[in-house]
Design a protein around this ligand. Sequence first.
Ligand code: SAH
Length: 270
Amino acid sequence: MTQYDPHAHIRIVLVETSHSGNIGAAARAMKNMGLSNLYLVNPASFPDEASYARSSGASEILDRATVVDTLDEAIADCALVMGTSARGRKVPWPVIPPTDCAERAAEQAGNGEVALVFGRENSGLSNEELQRCHYHIHIPSNPDYSSLNLAMAVQVICYEVRMHHLKRLDAQGEETALRPVLQPGDEGWDIKAASVNDVEGFFGHLEDVLVDIDFHRRENPRQLMTRLRRLFQRAHLDQMEINILRGILTAVQKSAGGADRRPEAEQEQE
Ligand code: SAH
């Protein structure tokens, strides 16, 4: 599929990461969510064993990572820069949640490069660095304990970027993991969907049985059949399921001493 992929124009920038394991874990989080451009600003140690160990199968993202000395170098060619922050700063800045960040990133990624910037484990991004950003992104964590592990913050943001992308594909009619699983009537389902006639036959049979066993009174129906209809309609039954259910109803009738109400043809198949 030669579809336009906004992920190619979105980069993750990690500023002065002190634990190289976090770089590896961030690379893994990125690959899981379909992102691959990693920029490292003056990392304490990279490349090294800890980063590769934590990256699991995402080592190619580390191999291809761009290492630079300053944040300015990492974002020089970007049209949109968003910096993440665990807490509010002195000078208010436009702060957006991760979902909005993903939306803006996807919009902009059609026209220019987008940087999502993450700070140091112990002190985050400096005010000067945050002022390089168009928006600040805050993951709405527990206000009493707001700071996530760096790689986990990367994971949350990358997840939102992916969700936004999948929702967009889904809206365009593409098949994505957001689509509900197959159901009767869809191509690929093993049994044909039950027809309205089949389902109505089942509901009639069900009501008869419920009367036979004194669970349901036609003179005082309340909402029983309505609710049972809604329940079974939600399941979108297929023909085999209808046959099984009707078989069960017939067995209940037999053991309750009632009549077999299945169509003659079905009874003869036994
Ligand atoms: N002690 C630092 C937090 C560092 S956490 C501080 O108070 O700023 C390391 C990085 O993870 C942060 O710089 C930010 O990029 C990201 N991060 C952690 N928690 C976050 C949150 N709640 N919202 C957005 N980014 C967060």
